[in-house]
Design a protein around this ligand. Structure first.
Ligand SMILES: Cc1cc2nc3c(=O)[nH]c(=O)nc-3n(C[C@H](O)[C@H](O)[C@H](O)COP(=O)(O)OP(=O)(O)OC[C@H]3O[C@@H](n4cnc5c(N)ncnc54)[C@H](O)[C@@H]3O)c2cc1C
Length: 321
């Protein structure tokens, strides 16, 4: 019988890792992504004409599959180490070059990714899976489908597909509100990285990160609010959020801080996994419908990558059965 492609919904780290794994195994893969570019939360934004990391500040690599991937990215010139002043531990930290998005681009290399497509329904017909996307009409048939989106989006898509996916409801994700701020001069803050301060989940001086472009005199700071602050500011104006994050940053400075020259506030409603599933992926549809994402294993890029690889292997096993 003719082999049909495998569809992957979502081109974040999990979906890209799944796509890469299946492509390496010789399968035809189509990745459908609702945004204009792959990467998901692994994103950068433009501030003061410069590309600045807007999501993860760094990756850690503990398991062999992700270590191999990151090592290959380093050899390809798409990643390097980051050891900022204020780093709290000895574990190596890795960042993408010239921004974190480079890790997504590197993982996406050679994959067939169709952007601007939001999948709204997963149907199953005798010839295989058919996906509904408003504007694009029906897509497929596909031999198998991997759903690689955040748990709150995966739940309604998979609701009609039976018991294995009911467990998605156990997962809890929380918001993060982040601010990117540019200043005319270096701030009087000794550390290059801050974490676990009151109200701040993490903050970084962009200049401390290799490969990042910066203005001669000024500098950029990235500030991620902690859970409570993010929750509180989520519905508030950009001005109110800027004032609050700047006050929290000022608490870490030795002198008063100047007002930022430019600021960008970003809201991630499902940023961080609070309570992960505790399994690498969820498999249904006789091994042909699989859900994955960071929400399976934890709030880290590596968790998303490993979940995507596990989903690809689950689909390969399902198709071979
Ligand atoms: C502010 C912030 C800071 C972070 N800091 C760190 C850090 O320092 N270190 C670290 O390791 N991790 C960090 N993380 C976590 C890390 O970013 C995530 O764990 C990881 O990027 C999740 O990848 P994913 O593929 O599971 O999900 P996502 O990146 O969310 O990818 C899902 C993709 O699916 C797409 N999509 C959704 N619905 C549909 C649909 N219906 N149809 C088509 N496409 C769809 C989305 O557009 C998205 O591209 C941080 C996250 C945030 C937000």
């Amino acid at each position: 019988m003719r082999e049909m492609p495998i569809a992957i919904i979502g081109a974040g780290m999990a979906g890209l890792a799944a796509g890469r794994r299946l492509a390496e195994a010789g399968r035809e893969v189509v990745i459908l992504e609702k945004e204009a570019r792959p990467g998901g939360r692994l994103a950068s934004e433009t501030l003061a004409g410069l590309a600045v990391d807007a999501g993860p500040l760094y990756a850690t690599a503990r398991e062999p599959a992700f270590k191999d991937f990151m090592q290959a990215a380093v050899f390809a010139g798409r990643a390097t180490g980051w050891a900022p002043r204020g780093k709290p531990d000895d574990e190596p930290w890795l960042i993408g070059l010239p921004t974190m998005s480079a890790l997504a681009e590197y993982c996406a290399d050679g994959l067939d990714i169709r952007t601007g497509l939001t999948v709204e329904r997963i149907g199953h017909a005798s010839e295989g899976y058919i996906l509904q996307s408003e504007g694009a009409g029906p897509l497929g048939p596909f031999d198998a489908v991997i759903v690689a989106i955040a748990a709150p989006g995966a739940e309604p898509l998979l609701k009609a597909h039976g018991r294995p996916f009911e467990r998605i409801a156990e997962v809890q994700m929380r918001p993060t509100l982040s601010g990117l701020f540019s200043f005319g001069a270096a701030l009087p803050i000794a550390a290059e990285y801050l974490a676990g301060m009151p109200g701040i989940a993490a903050a970084a001086r962009n200049r401390s990160r290799a490969g990042r472009a910066w203005q001669d005199e000024g500098e950029i700071w990235i500030v991620h609010g902690d859970g409570d602050v993010s929750q509180e500011l989520m519905q508030q104006s950009d001005e109110a959020a800027t004032a609050r994050l700047m006050k929290l940053l000022a608490d870490q400075a030795s002198e008063a801080l100047p007002a930022p020259i430019s600021a960008k506030i970003l809201r991630y409603p499902h940023a961080r996994v609070d309570r992960p599933l505790g399994e690498a992926c969820l498999t249904g549809g006789r091994g042909r419908l699989v859900a994955c994402g960071d929400w399976c294993l934890g709030a880290r890029l590596e968790a998303a990558f490993l979940s995507g690889v596990a989903a690809a292997d689950a689909v390969s096993a399902g198709l071979a059965a």
